[in-house]
Design a protein around this ligand. Structure first.
Ligand code: UDX
Length: 431
């Protein structure tokens, strides 16, 4: 098929490259030349495992990028993959989404054939029908359901495995409100994946499809907060939470995923989506008690970690090492990383911080320019009076004699990189 993807962020670029790999003719539309040019030159503007070879194979060929929304009319389907960031009140900011939708509508004014617009961005239930469809109709002078269709098709891609998550999905959600023409066209896009993996396809309403994405992320974030709550209780009773979680995971009704307790969840999606859902719920007159508690607990975990450190070390005036800065391993993304409240808490205590991360040093340096950063974990540990582990990078699990370099060997592990280390004070946050 001929498909345009609006927005070349981490979702849009991945979707564009994967759809090209599935044999489609793809146009990536983005207002930013700095992402358009690399794509056409065959290099990926973002780092995602497996993405570079795809952009290199198809970039400038069946995957072409442009800043011109006119490209929409050369295609049969347009996927909106624009950001919906948090606004000042915690809700979603639809500015980019509405501007992009208007530009697509203006292009559709010149379309000769039926066109399908697909909302992939995460939006609050009702947004597509109530906010985006009117913009499309107004800008195009055409009618939805007659001249064009609008479907909702959320993504469930994780950073660090976005290509794999697209190519081998657990489920495909198609929200069309029963518009057969829209459903047929959207289903065709995913046909090769469904044929290969027998992926379950959920055909549903647009509001339901919009909600499924929020419910998915809210559920997973709350699942981690619940295991953190249980972990905190286990710690009080001297119980190994990780053994408990292994047993819990054997129950099919629970599953073994997202049961790693520790310093909590971060990243761009969980905090943003849980907040947006809470704000939307409140606006509708409902108090989302469990989601409120999930966030409260997530804010509490870094404070608990620091108070465990306080039990062993008075950090004031002492060098303390922070191991891991990204919100999870495999990425240099520090958005809502638990390392941020940890660094702030240590600075409040008057500690001298020395931080190490294999890839996320530069983004964190922009945020905290005055702390010390090292090139290797061993250098960060040299002469410190305590260390905290914030990201579960594999390399931290093999640290051993490196701890001998510490002036006082106290480690508080927020990610269970190992269960314990003999010969030093090794505190697990939840075990
Ligand atoms: C998430 C969703 O998984 C994905 O479906 C959605 O499309 C985008 O948001 P992502 O933010 O890339 O993906 O990261 P994810 O791997 O889900 O981890 C989120 C956070 O939870 C990380 O900070 C991670 O460290 C933490 N986490 C995860 C835990 O603390 N314990 C776990 O058991 C799993």
């Amino acid at each position: 098929m001929r498909v345009s993807i609006v927005g070349s962020g981490y979702v849009g670029t991945t979707v564009a490259a994967c759809l090209a790999d599935l044999g489609n003719e793809v146009r990536a539309i983005d207002v930013d030349r700095r992402v358009v040019e690399p794509i056409n030159a065959g290099t990926s503007p973002i780092h995602e495992p497996g993405l570079e070879p795809l952009v290199s194979a198809y970039g400038g060929d069946t995957l072409r990028a442009t800043t011109d929304y006119g490209a929409v009319t050369d295609t049969e389907v347009t996927v909106l993959a624009l950001p919906t960031p948090t606004d000042s009140a915690g809700g979603i900011n639809l500015e980019a989404m509405e501007a992009g939708t208007r530009s697509v509508g203006e292009a559709l004014r010149h379309a000769e054939d039926y066109h399908l617009v697909v909302v992939k961005s995460t939006v609050i239930p009702g947004t597509t029908a109530e906010r985006l469809v009117p913009i499309l109709e107004d800008a195009s002078g055409r009618r939805e359901g007659v001249d064009f269709g609008v479907a909702v098709n959320p993504e469930f891609q994780r950073e660090g495995s976005a290509v794999e998550d697209f190519m081998e999905p657990d489920k495909i959600v198609l929200g069309t409100d029963g518009d057969e023409r829209a459903l047929d066209r959207l289903a065709r896009l995913y046909e090769p994946l469904v044929a290969q993996w027998e992926t379950p396809v959920v055909e549903t309403g647009r509001r339901e499809a919009e909600m499924i994405k929020y419910a998915n992320n809210a559920f997973l974030a709350a699942k981690i907060s619940l295991i953190n709550d249980i972990g905190n209780i286990c710690k009080e009773f001297g119980v190994d939470t990780y053994e408990v979680a292994d047993a819990l995971g054997l129950d099919d009704r629970i599953s073994d995923q997202f049961l790693r307790s520790g310093v909590g969840w971060g990243g761009s999606c969980f905090p943003k989506d849980v907040d947006a859902l809470r704000v939307a719920a409140r606006d509708a007159g409902y108090e989302p008690a469990v989601l409120d508690a999930a966030v409260e607990l997530n804010d509490k975990q870094p404070r608990r970690l620091l108070s465990l450190l306080d039990d062993h070390v008075d950090a004031e005036g002492c060098r303390v090492a922070v191991l891991g800065l990204s919100f999870k391993p495999g990425t240099d993304d520090i958005r809502n990383s638990r390392a941020i409240p940890i660094i702030e808490g240590l600075l409040d205590r008057g500690a001298e911080i020395v931080a190490y991360d294999p890839v996320a040093t530069e983004p964190m340096r922009e945020r905290f320019p005055d702390i010390e950063y090292t090139e290797a974990a061993i250098d960060a540990l040299d002469g410190v009076y305590g260390a905290v582990v914030i990201t579960d990078w594999d390399e931290f699990a093999t640290l051993d004699t490196e701890f001998d370099a510490m002036a006082r060997p106290v480690v508080v592990d927020g990610r269970r990189i190992v269960k314990r280390r003999d010969g030093i004070t090794y505190e697990g946050l939840t075990w």
